[in-house]
Design a protein around this ligand. Structure first.
Ligand code: 1GP
Length: 249
C-alpha cells in the first residue's frame, strides 16, 4: 500500500520532473547540525530529508538527529538505514531497501528480517526500494560488500533495476557512494531510465549544479546529495543552485 510520504514523493516528481533530496548523516554531523542543514536545505528547495549513513552504530544519535530535524522542517524525514540500528520511531518513513548487488545475503534480505517487526511496531511507513551500487562505491560499497558495477557496463545497472521493478519494489536507487569522485554517468542513468517504469533516484558524488543537471537531463527522477552540504556553509544557496539546475525545460 502506498503511504503518505511515498505519495508525496510521487506527486512531487510529477510536478517538478526531478526532485532533490538532502542526505544528512548523524555520524558525520551532530543532531543539531543535521537539523540546521535540513532547515536550510528545505529553504533552498529540497523535497525531503534522508537520514542515515553506512557506519551508523548509535540509534540514540539517530533518534536525536531525527527529532531535531522534525522540529525544524515540514518536509518528510525518511530513514536511509544501514541495518537495524538505522531505525528511528521519530521518522516519517523508511526506505525498505535491499542492496541487490551485495555478495552478502545480510544486505539483501537478512537485515530486513531483523528490522521488519520493529518497523511494524513503530508504524513506520516502509517504502520498498532496490538499492544498486556502481562505480567507486565508497564506504557503502565496502560495508555492503557490493559487487560494484563498472560504469562501462550500464546494461548491468539496467538488469538490476528491472529486477527490482519485477520484484515489486517501487523505487530504484542507483548509488555511486557518498563522496564518490565520479557520479553515476548520464549514460548509465539514461540506459536505466529508458527501460524502467518506477522512479529512479541517483546519488553519490554529485557536487555541482552541472552534475545535477546532467543526471536530471539523463532522466533521474530524484537526486540525492549529502557531502555537498556537509562541506558547505551556504547550504540554502548551494541547494538552491542545484535545484534550479535540475529543472527541465
Ligand atoms: C550517498 O548518494 C548519497 O548515499 C550522497 O552522496 O555524499 O556524495 O553527495 P554524496
Amino acid at each position: 500500500m502506498i503511504g503518505k510520504v511515498e505519495q508525496y514523493l510521487l506527486d512531487k516528481i510529477k510536478e517538478d520532473g526531478c526532485i532533490h533530496i538532502t542526505l544528512v548523516d548523524p555520524d558525520k554531523s551532530s543532531g543539531h547540525d543535521c537539523a540546521v542543514i535540513a532547515h536550510e536545505a528545505e529553504n533552498g528547495g529540497t523535497a525531503a530529508i534522508m537520514v542515515g549513513g553506512s557506519t551508523l552504530a548509535a540509534s540514540e544519535d539517530l533518534d536525536v538527529a531525527v527529532q531535531r530535524i522534525n522540529e525544524k522542517v515540514d518536509i518528510p524525514v525518511i530513514l536511509f538505514p544501514n541495518g537495524p540500528t538505522g531505525i528511528s520511531k521519530y521518522a516519517d518513513a523508511i526506505w525498505f531497501m535491499s542492496l541487490l548487488n551485495s555478495q552478502n545475503t545480510y544486505y539483501i534480505i537478512d537485515a530486513h528480517v531483523i528490522s521488519a517487526p520493529l518497523i511494524k511496531r513503530y508504524g513506520l511507513e516502509a517504502i520498498p526500494m532496490g538499492y544498486i551500487i556502481a562505480g567507486e562505491g565508497c564506504v557503502a560499497g565496502y560495508i555492503g560488500q557490493a559487487r560494484l558495477i563498472s560504469y562501462r557496463h550500464p546494461e548491468l545497472a539496467v538488469g538490476y533495476s528491472l529486477a527490482a521493478e519485477g520484484l515489486g519494489m517501487r523505487f530504484v536507487y542507483l548509488e555511486a557512494g557518498s563522496g564518490a569522485k565520479e557520479p553515476i554517468p548520464p549514460k548509465m542513468v539514461g540506459a536505466v531510465k529508458k527501460h524502467l517504469g518506477i522512479p529512479l533516484i541517483v546519488g553519490g558524488g554529485i557536487r555541482s549544479p552541472e552534475a545535477a543537471a546532467a543526471a536530471s537531463g539523463a532522466g533521474a527522477d530524484a537526486i540525492v546529495t549529502g557531502t555537498l552540504v556537509e562541506e558547505e556553509a551556504q547550504v540554502k544557496d548551494t541547494i538552491s543552485a542545484i535545484v534550479q539546475a535540475m529543472k527541465r525545460p
